[in-house]
Design a protein around this ligand. Structure first.
Ligand code: C5P
Length: 222
């Protein structure tokens, strides 16, 4: 059997992490949420009062920040310098500043370096915005997940309600639209479908549908 890497990119709230986790679980692979890494740096910047639009201080901050993923009770948790920040990185404050943090080339370069290190032995399902284009350009399976803004906002709204987070549908839609725009328009490694990625529009598909499509593609390469 061959060890492969699966790259899943796409706009905000397209279901990347839900799908990636299931695919990873099914294959016995590691799931790596690269968005959580940018969110962790954003959380630290906001906490330490480091301006999110200044590249060099953010880069220096990242160099002294340890970001780890750990599996606990079958759930993946994110740690910043040893502290569990799984919940803290999902606040709207972090969400609304993360795309600015992610524009800086030096920040991205360091993140990509860490991500490539995690993927060096393959057996990973990695999700983000630039995985198929920059982080693992030679991934055996590349997926671009999309869905209408309406549908993505609806899903995120439902998820927030379930988790007991405050949530406003119209506001969510606006935030998702704005984040996609920032991520697609930035100069360094913008959100874009890799030429050889397979696009799956999930607007009217179930999670199981999407997962089995990706597993099919993966099993052909394994
Ligand atoms: O995936 P998630 O929505 O948690 O990502 C948060 C933000 O991190 C994105 O909106 C984007 O600005 C940034 N990001 C990125 N490159 C990645 C993953 C996330 O720029 N590979």
């Amino acid at each position: 059997k061959k060890d492969i890497a699966i790259a899943i990119d796409g706009p905000a709230a397209a279901g990347k992490s839900t799908v990636a986790k299931k695919v990873a679980h099914d294959l016995g692979y590691i799931y790596i949420d690269t968005g959580a890494m940018y969110r962790t740096l954003t959380l630290k910047a906001l906490t330490d009062n480091v301006p999110v639009h200044e590249e060099e201080p953010l880069y220096q901050l990242l160099l002294k920040t340890q970001i780890e993923f750990k599996q606990e009770n079958g759930e993946q948790r994110v740690f910043m310098d040893g502290k569990d920040v799984t919940r803290d990185i999902r606040t709207s404050d972090v969400t609304n500043h993360v795309s600015m943090v992610a524009t800086h080339p030096k920040v991205r370069q360091e993140m990509v370096k860490r991500q490539q290190d995690m993927a060096k032995n393959r057996r990973v399902v990695m999700d983000g915005r630039d995985i198929g284009t920059h982080v693992i350009p030679d991934a055996e399976v590349k997926i671009f997940l999309s869905a209408s803004v309406e549908e993505r906002a609806r899903r995120r709204h439902r998820e927030n309600m379930e988790k007991g987070f405050p949530s406003d549908f119209e506001q969510l839609k606006e935030e998702i639209r704005k984040r996609d725009e920032q991520d697609s328009k930035r100069e360094t490694a913008p959100l874009i479908k890799a030429d050889d990625a397979i696009e799956i529009d999930t607007t009217s598909l179930s999670i199981e549908n999407v997962v089995s499509k990706i597993l099919d593609l993966a099993n052909h390469k394994i």
